[in-house]
Design a protein around this ligand. Structure first.
Ligand code: KG4
Ligand code: ZN
Length: 336
């Protein structure tokens, strides 16, 4: 059978997603049910609410993904699933659905690390060439990952405190922006100027680590102090200043990493990779400093959590013989 068809599941957080991926590089379907509306009034993801939604959506997701792809279970090659990191109750729904489906249809089961999935979203832009570096920026992670070969991950930089997306969401809350605030702050940032000059933490340190909690505090204090004086600060300039600080640090550190680890590709992936300021700054600065390294940004539609990225990662794992059996369990703190 030349047509390799993987049914992929992703339920690590607040997106229920099921996809059918052909040969690891073609999306036949990518069903995504987002639960954002249910969590917004709590200002963040409520784990119990998330798992209940996953239960409600997962069977519909399987049916929709198969119908849209025009694929029957008998035509599938394998089943893949994110088993960590993420919320345990959310992960368990995907893992249980994938195990059940694989068992019922006698298909191999492929376990996928959520963060590996984010990186492999870039596979839909062009084939990945190793070694490569990846800047992984999401709601839970901010990492620079060196991949010596397919499916080999070495974290060379990490956040010491908040993840970039987490900082966006917390700062957005202070401005009354609904969760998740990244996209709206990104939009506001483009309408303002970097007038506040917030700190750029660790930017000159000789490592590839990040820290965003100082920036978050500086932002929150600035807003609260103005409130106490009865002043209202310009939202666009606040957003632009916050974003300029985040982007300067991310771009500065990752370019330093590329200088130290020469690679052909720098992959940009994860929810925050959708950020326009970050994409623009990297695509402008990277060629100037390291012209031999190409920026491969995950497609905008595949930056957030989705199962198509899990299918792309699973294609590589399948070829390498990676398999799980019916004892596969969710691992909320899974690392590379
Ligand atoms: O990868 P993702 O969908 O879920 C996790 O694995 O965490 O990332 C979600 C994060 C949220 O914090 C959200 O605010 C952020 O990505 N995000 C953005 C943008 N779009 C989403 N942050 C900055 N700019 C954006 N345009
Ligand atoms: Zn994610």
């Amino acid at each position: 059978n030349e047509r390799e068809l993987i049914l992929a599941f992703e339920t690590s957080c607040d997106e229920t997603s099921v996809a059918v991926v052909e040969n690891g590089n073609r999306i036949l379907s990518n069903f995504v049910a987002t639960q954002i509306k249910s969590h917004q009034r709590f200002g963040g993801v409520v784990p119990e609410v998330a798992s209940r939604h996953h239960i409600e959506e997962i069977t519909i997701g399987i049916q929709k993904a198969l119908i849209e792809a025009q694929v029957t279970p008998a035509e599938l090659t394998a089943v893949a699933v994110t088993y960590g990191p993420g919320l345990v109750g959310s992960l368990l729904i995907g893992v249980t659905a994938a195990k059940t489906f694989a068992f019922a249809h006698e298909l191999p089961l492929i376990p996928v690390n959520h963060m590996a999935g984010h990186i492999y979203a870039a596979r839909y832009v062009e084939p990945l060439v190793f070694p490569l570096l990846a800047l992984l920026v999401s709601g839970g992670h901010t990492q620079i990952v060196y991949m010596k070969a397919a499916n080999e991950f070495e974290i060379i930089g990490d956040t010491r405190d908040d993840a970039a997306g987490e900082a966006y969401d917390k700062v957005g809350r202070v401005l009354g922006i609904a969760y998740p605030a990244g996209k709206e702050l990104d939009r506001l940032a483009h309408l303002g100027q970097d007038t506040f000059k917030f700190p750029r933490a660790m930017i000159h340190e000789a490592n590839y680590d990040f820290s965003f909690s100082g920036l978050k505090s500086a932002f929150i204090n600035t807003v609260h102090n103005a409130d106490q004086r009865g002043e209202t600060l310009n939202r666009e300039n606040l957003a632009a200043s916050f974003q300029a600080s985040v982007v300067d640090v991310l771009v500065g550190k990752v370019i330093a990493a590329v200088q130290r680890y020469p690679v052909q590709q720098l992959v940009l992936a994860g929810g925050v990779a959708a950020n326009h300021g970050l994409r623009e700054a990297l695509s402008e600065q990277l060629p100037k400093v390291v012209p031999n390294t190409r920026l491969v940004a995950a497609p905008l539609a595949l930056c957030g959590d989705n199962a198509a990225m899990v299918g792309a990662a699973a294609h590589v794992a399948l070829a390498q013989g990676v398999r799980a059996d019916m004892t596969l369990n969710a691992d909320p703190s899974l690392e590379f």
